[in-house]
Design a protein. Structure first.
Length: 64
């Protein structure tokens, strides 16, 4: 039975830096078949970017 987040979470993480381009972050997600990447600097997590973040903002800006 799945009761906790631990039961469904991924145990591998992928991180990019805050200077990584949006296109490069999207390519990482595509190549690794994942929906998000951590944004980190010096082993400190600054945030997370998701495929939804990229898609919604790109669409809203008329880029797709």
């Amino acid at each position: 039975m799945l009761d906790t987040v631990r039961d469904v979470m991924s145990t591998t993480t992928t991180a990019v830096t805050a200077d990584t381009t949006i296109a490069d972050a999207a390519r990482v997600m595509r190549d690794r078949d994942i929906g998000d990447v951590l944004v980190a600097k010096d082993d400190v997590v600054l945030g997370i970017v998701t495929d939804r973040d990229i898609t919604v903002r790109a669409t809203a800006e008329g880029l797709v």
